[in-house]
Design a protein around this ligand. Structure first.
Ligand code: GLA
Length: 366
């Protein structure tokens, strides 16, 4: 059995999934491919082709192994076990072309692909949204990473037809047309992954929970931070520590921006779409504080040097490095790339990588 499991990009709706907010991700053409065959005995013979590493995982899974890539897979096995399914002995080889640490969710592709494989082989019959929820539980419980559901959901439910607008509170989603005449979406990889990201991610999740609990004292009906309005936030803001209120302001504004982006895209309004990206970047940089100087540099230089070609740019994904996503005129791509390569190398001695956003199908059997 061969399974294709893609990475994802996100147009807008960053750091709101774990607050039940709206996001606009897409599955992309970069993916992990799993080759799965029968294997004797109660074990999984695993090979990570890109790392040239092997690991034999005994079944049933009883806990973490301490090797990250193995644990992403083991966590999925653990979830199927918890649902009462017996995972058979298997030989699993996987590898792919999703850049690591670039904010394109290679780990969600790993989880989603494994979940898809086990769903097929155990006959569990889970739907794609259910598989995404299973992957999310695995991240939260087995790996103890408090991430939201966006990445796994986008990888499993994405479509080559375009991005989806997903409500992370209800898991309702619809497809979105992100094509803007004469413009294209470009990723610029800062090639930076700051160690900070894991700890700070936990902190942001905790800060959002704190903001919600303060809001709930006044508005007990609120279930998620993203449901709060600006007005409600204003009322209780003083009861929050300053950092917490700043995070909450960002989340509420970002949720509104996703709706505005949907409108701008449907109208073909490039200017507004670009402004929204820039506002998200400013929010992630100043209020949510998950950017970094290298990524800010790439974002700022794209905008300042090409005011007539780059409509907008922002940091994408979990933060503290990774890629910017840029909306720019398609006849100026080469020029923008050349300039950014030059100034970024000069400033940081690092050569950035560029990837066109090619939206591709969600997880599937090959
Ligand atoms: C990471 C997490 C996602 C989401 C993004 C930020 O990719 O895995 O759940 O929170 O960061 O939007």
């Amino acid at each position: 059995m061969t399974v294709h499991s893609p990475g994802r990009i996100n147009l807008i709706g960053e750091h709101v999934d774990y607050s039940g907010g709206l996001v606009m991700p897409a599955s992309i053409d970069k993916a992990i491919r799993f080759e799965v065959t029968e294997h004797p005995g109660r074990e999984l013979a695993l090979t990570a082709l890109d790392l040239s590493e092997n690991h034999t995982l005994s079944l049933p899974v009883t806990g973490r192994t301490g090797t990250r890539w193995v644990d992403y897979l083991a966590g999925i096995v653990d979830q199927f076990q918890q649902l009462g399914h017996e995972v058979p002995g298997l030989k699993i080889e996987f590898g792919g072309d999703i850049p690591q640490g670039a904010g394109m969710s290679s780990s969600a592709a790993l989880e989603g692909g494994m979940a898809f494989v086990l769903n097929e082989l155990t006959g569990a019959g889970l739907t794609r949204p259910e598989l995404a929820q299973l992957c999310n539980r695995s991240s939260n419980e087995f790996l103890e990473i408090p991430s939201g559901i966006m990445d796994q959901f986008a990888s499993l439910n994405g479509s080559a037809a375009g991005p989806i607008q997903l409500d992370c509170g209800t898991l309702e989603f619809q497809s979105v047309n992100a094509e803007l005449a004469g413009y294209t979406w470009l990723l610029v990889n800062s090639m930076i992954t700051h160690e900070l990201s894991a700890g700070e991610y936990h902190t942001r999740v905790a800060e959002c929970r704190e903001a919600l609990s303060v809001l709930q004292e006044e508005y007990p009906a609120l279930r998620q931070l993203s449901e709060a309005t600006q007005v409600q936030l204003q009322v209780v803001m003083r009861r929050m520590p300053e950092n917490v209120s700043r995070r909450a302001r960002y989340v509420v504004a970002e949720n509104e921006r996703v709706l505005e982006m949907a409108l701008a895209l449907s109208r073909g309004d490039v200017r507004r779409a670009g402004q929204l990206l820039n506002e998200t970047h400013a929010g992630l940089r100043d209020e949510y504080e998950v950017s970094c100087t290298e990524v800010d540099f790439l974002q700022r230089h794209a905008l300042e040097h090409f005011p007539d070609a780059v409509a907008g740019a922002r940091i994408m994904g979990g933060g503290f490095g990774g890629c910017t996503i840029n909306l720019l005129r398609d006849d100026r791509i080469e020029e923008v790339k050349q300039y950014l390569r030059h100034v970024y190398r000069k400033k940081y001695g690092i050569t950035p990588e560029f990837y066109p956003v090619n939206i591709g199908p969600g997880t599937h059997l090959v």
